[in-house]
Design a protein around this ligand. Sequence first.
Ligand SMILES: C[S@@+](CC[C@H](N)C(=O)[O-])C[C@H]1O[C@@H](n2cnc3c(N)ncnc32)[C@H](O)[C@@H]1O
Length: 74
Amino acid sequence: VLLSARRVGPSGKAYGLDMTEEMLELARRNAAEAGTTNVEFLAGRIEAIPLPDASVSTSSSPTASSTSRSTSRR
Ligand SMILES: C[S@@+](CC[C@H](N)C(=O)[O-])C[C@H]1O[C@@H](n2cnc3c(N)ncnc32)[C@H](O)[C@@H]1O
């Protein structure tokens, strides 16, 4: 997420999504330590991403999308 935030630059925004509070806390702490301001971490599941349709241009996932039953059919 932090690499994506750097790639889109200050006029863009990167979202991180995770279903566990522990990972969200770690991610928010890492972003703060890195001084990254164009990032937002959302609580939720990849099967129901809490963002409006067509509101992001690119998505990536190291594991969750490949282990999710609903997204592996897409
Ligand atoms: C292998 S960890 C990767 C964590 C982090 N990206 C890192 O590099 O340390 C996978 C993460 O995906 C999250 N996850 C797994 N299935 C998910 C789902 N269906 N929806 C949202 N998050 C999910 C888990 O909570 C976990 O934090």
